[in-house]
Ligand binder design. Structure first.
Ligand code: ITT
Length: 200
């Protein structure tokens, strides 16, 4: 089986924010994206102990269940003062998808610690129906704002201020976040390796 990108791939995510970002990041490459949520697939248990393991697990299951090439993203916010937490547990720190309690918890646990450094990380896994997979990673460094600000983006965006800016991701226009985010960095590598020849 050739490991190329067909005209339609499945994005193995149930996260609407990620889906929106992938649609913007991959739009110029003439490849239709359908999400596993839209296809009625259940979200698998994320039993891996690293971002890469969970990304591969999500992509592999979606590729097996659909017979399509599948792209999955496992990502999270790693806070230095919290020894890298919430990390792979970022989604699980939310209260049923409400991230305000998780953002409050991060600020409470940082407390008076002057180290407010943090980074977002993502590992993208691309998996073909025969089980062959590739991974790429992206990272963006920044600091944690003392309180949430802004209404854009998703997840932890209201408390993340990327280095070189004073605004949180949630205070930026989608295009501005999509130019510098961890997902954008990883998507650029993925595009160069697999999608660039498709540019319409
Ligand atoms: P899928 O597994 O279905 O893709 P999920 O939300 O469960 O969706 P993850 O397991 O990868 O995804 O958890 C990542 C969490 O990290 C996500 O729910 C957000 O809370 C956070 N996160 C990742 N990327 C983010 C971003 O760009 N902005 C804000 N928060 C982000």
């Amino acid at each position: 089986m050739p490991h190329t990108i067909p005209d339609r791939i499945v994005i193995a995510t149930h996260n609407q924010g990620k889906l929106r970002e992938f649609q913007a990041l991959l739009a110029p490459y003439g490849c239709a994206l359908i999400s596993s949520g839209q296809m009625g697939l259940a979200a698998p248990d994320e039993t891996g102990s690293t971002f890469a393991e969970n990304a591969i697990l999500k992509a592999r299951i979606a590729a097996q269940e659909t017979g399509m090439v599948a792209l999955a993203d496992d990502s999270g916010l790693c806070v230095s003062a919290l020894d890298g937490s919430p990390g792979i547990y970022s989604a699980r720190w939310s209260d049923n998808g409400d991230f305000y309690p998780a953002m409050e918890r991060i600020n409470r646990e940082i407390g008076a610690n002057p180290d407010r450094a943090a980074h977002f990380i993502t590992v993208l896994a691309l998996c073909w129906p025969d089980g062959y997979h590739e991974t790429v990673a992206g990272r963006v460094d920044g600091t944690i704002a003392p309180a949430p600000r802004g209404t854009g983006g998703h997840g932890y965006d209201p408390i993340f201020v990327p280095n070189g800016d004073t605004r949180t991701f949630a205070e930026m226009h989608d295009d501005e976040k999509n130019a510098i985010s961890h997902r954008a960095v990883a998507a650029r590598i993925l595009v160069e390796k697999f999608f660039a020849h498709r540019k319409s």
